[in-house]
Design a protein around this ligand. Structure first.
Ligand SMILES: *Cc1c(COP(=O)(O)O)cnc(C)c1O
Length: 401
């Protein structure tokens, strides 16, 4: 991008990193602080307790690493498992596939349930596999709550129910990178043993933090887990937190941002945050229907409230739409990843977003599709979304929050 183009800023519609509210930009922008000074406690402790509330956990411990969501995956695996351990996972998109790849590179024995992209995690298949695992070889069950590549949300409560039905003692690790902070996440109710996210999605911050939560059971697994780890060892982090410090230099500005982000989310009210994302997403879906297009997600109960992956007509290159939007209108949509590259484009609608901002993304997608020759009527999707947003009286002035 030319320097003079950086001076204006459209909202981004990629499913992470997300738009950063001004308040959070300011919170992250701090002069250097001595992280060993007493002031650090006033940043660290509210960040830790805020994340606990957002995750709806009373029993888990939070560990915040200078890393990304992927570092959170590695934190989950290396602290709890040993080479050769058995893991059950489902591959239904790019992100679940990458986590499986990470397991394999760590020498774990992964039983992969593969489903077509656009489907959710089949809890019934998990139930069968767990029931058949009589001698409890499977140590960990992985679940990607929201598969960002396809816009599919899986039912974590159903996976927990499948585990409980067979009385299986495996731990449940959930990737909530593109759900947490935008969609309901119930760590304790769902019996999640490790939850993983990153700072740049629902928490609306710059990239740079792996946000993880460990249940008491997952913490207990650390002593016998033999996978090599140093940077991501939660025992060192835990010892640091006891004295309000870090085992190495903490990203103080980001942690201050996280403290502020949690205060924003909790101040708006988690239920209101989730309702806002459900409403914005439904408006986007109304527009997609008005265009006569379909989601990659196979059925309505799978529709994600944080990202919509939209199937484009045969012969149309969805990636061309993404580059056209960037080049002509200075607006970012998500491209298709892996198996669905060129077949879908994605509208990310997580993090800091209002109905009004969503309308600008819908309008721009329309212009791009018309520019590129698709048979779409300008304004059709916008009008459908407008009707939907207009009809919802629960709408309050979110932008002022
Ligand atoms: C973004 C994302 C990741 C990867 O996170 P990074 O912060 O890029 O490492 C993992 N899982 C899901 C579901 C994601 O959306």
């Amino acid at each position: 991008m030319e320097p003079d183009q950086v001076s204006f800023q459209n909202p981004v519609f990629i499913p992470g990193p997300t738009n950063i509210p001004e308040e959070l930009r300011r919170a992250c922008d701090m002069p250097t602080m001595d992280h060993r000074s007493a002031h650090f406690e006033d940043i660290l402790q509210p960040a830790l307790s805020g994340v606990k509330k957002v995750l709806k956990t009373k029993i888990a411990e939070i560990f915040l690493f200078p890393a990304t969501g992927s570092g959170g995956w590695e934190t989950a695996l290396t602290n709890t498992l040993s080479a050769g351990d058995k893991v059950l996972a489902c591959q239904n998109g790019m992100f679940s596939q990458k986590w499986i790849d990470m397991c394999e590179r760590h020498g774990l024995d992964v039983e992969v349930v593969s489903v077509p992209w656009g489907k959710g995690i089949p809890a019934d298949r998990y139930a069968e596999i767990l029931a058949a695992d009589k001698d409890h070889q499977i140590q960990v069950v992985l679940a990607t709550h929201n598969e960002t590549a396809t816009g599919v949300t899986s039912n974590i409560a159903a996976i927990r129910a499948a585990m409980d039905a067979s009385n299986h003692p495996a731990m449940l690790f959930v990737d909530g990178v593109s759900s947490i902070g935008s969609m309901d996440f119930r760590m304790d109710d769902w019996g999640v043993d490790v939850a993983v996210t990153g700072s740049q999605k629902g928490f609306m911050l710059p990239v740079g933090l792996a946000i993880t939560a460990f249940s008491p059971k997952a913490i207990a697994a650390v002593e016998s887990a033999k996978l090599p780890r140093w940077y991501f060892d939660i025992r060192d982090m835990r010892a640091g937190y006891k004295i309000n410090g870090y085992p190495y230099t903490p990203p103080v500005g980001l942690l201050n941002g996280l403290k502020t982000s949690c205060a924003m989310l909790l101040g708006e009210g988690l239920d209101n945050v989730f309702a806002r994302h459900a409403r914005i997403a439904q408006g986007v879906r109304e527009a997609i229907a008005a265009w006569g297009m379909e989601l990659c997600a196979a059925s309505p109960e799978l529709y994600s409230n944080s990202v919509s992956a939209i199937l484009t007509p045969e012969g149309f290159d969805a990636n061309a739409l993404v580059s056209h939007a960037a080049n002509k209108y200075g607006l970012a949509f998500g491209g298709g990843l892996g198996e669905v590259a060129g077949k879908v484009f994605r509208i990310g609608h997580l993090g800091s977003l209002t109905d009004v901002m969503a309308l600008s993304g819908i309008a721009t997608a329309e212009m791009c599709m018309v520019d590129l020759g698709l048979d779409i009527k300008l304004g059709s999707g916008v009008a459908a979304a407008q009707e939907y947003y207009r009809s919802d009286n629960s709408l309050s002035i979110q932008a002022a929050a």
